[in-house]
Design a protein around this ligand. Structure first.
Ligand code: GRF
Length: 201
C-alpha cells in the first residue's frame, strides 16, 4: 500500500495535528494527502491549511442521503490516491460506500478503553461509572459504532477529583501519541484480522 493518508474531522483537530506533526517529523513515512471536514468552521481545517495540506469542507446538505455523502468523500479520497483513512473526531457514522471502498483501511480513535464506553461523551461515561482506569483506543472501523478490531490502546488513570475536562486532557495526551503509532503499524503491514482480533505476524 502506498502511504498517502486522509484525515476526516469535524472539529478541533488536535489528533489531526499530532498526525501532521508525526508525518512532518518523518515518523510515519507517510503523507497527509487531504483533510475533509463535514463542518465548515472546523478548527482542524485551518490547522491543515497552515501545514500546506489540501483541506476541504464537504457539506452533507449538498447530498440527498448518507450514502451519497459517503460516495462524495470516496471520490475525493480516490482522486488523491489515498490508501488509509483516519477518522479523528469525525462526528458521523461511516456507511457502506466508504467501508467498501477502504476495506480494513479506515481507522478511528476513541477516548476510552473499548469495548467500555462506546459512543458520545466517553470520558463522562467513565467518570459516571466510577472506573479507576480509562484511556484511548485506535481501531479499524466496521459498520458497528466503536466496535472494530483494536489496533492499539493506552491507559489513563482516573482520579477522585477529576472533571470531564481534566480527564479528557489526560486521555488526549495518550491519544496524540497513540494515533501516529497506530497509523505507522497499519501502513507497515504484516498484520491480519482474525475474528475480531488485529493480529501482528
Ligand atoms: C478525541 O477525543 C477523539 O478521541 C474523539 O474526538 C476527539 C477529537 O478531538 N473521537 P480532536 O478534534 O482530534 O482534537
Amino acid at each position: 500500500m502506498n502511504r498517502r493518508i486522509a484525515v476526516l474531522i469535524s472539529g478541533r483537530g488536535s489528533n489531526l495535528q499530532s498526525i501532521i506533526g508525526a508525518a512532518a517529523a518523518g515518523q510515519l513515512n507517510a503523507t497527509v494527502a487531504v483533510v475533509v471536514s463535514n463542518r465548515p468552521g472546523a478548527q482542524g481545517l485551518a490547522r491543515a491549511r497552515d501545514a500546506g495540506i489540501d483541506a476541504l469542507f464537504l457539506n452533507p446538505k449538498d447530498h440527498p442521503d448518507r450514502d451519497a455523502y459517503d460516495r462524495a468523500i470516496v471520490d475525493v479520497l480516490k482522486a488523491r490516491d489515498v490508501t488509509l483513512v483516519c477518522l479523528a473526531g469525525f462526528m458521523r457514522l461511516v456507511g457502506p460506500p466508504l467501508l467498501e471502498a477502504f476495506p480494513q483501511r479506515i481507522l478511528n480513535i476513541h477516548p476510552s478503553l473499548l469495548p467500555s464506553f462506546r459512543g458520545l461523551d466517553a470520558q463522562r461515561q467513565a467518570l459516571e461509572h466510577g472506573v479507576r482506569v480509562t484511556g484511548a483506543t485506535v481501531h479499524l472501523v466496521t459498520s458497528a459504532l466503536d466496535d472494530g478490531p483494536i489496533v492499539v490502546q493506552a491507559a489513563a488513570p482516573v482520579y477522585d477529583d477529576d472533571t470531564v475536562e481534566t480527564l479528557s486532557a489526560r486521555i488526549l495526551i495518550e491519544e496524540h501519541r497513540l494515533y501516529p503509532e497506530a497509523i505507522r503499524l497499519v501502513l507497515d503491514g504484516g498484520w491480519t484480522v482474525e475474528g475480531r482480533r488485529f493480529v501482528r505476524r
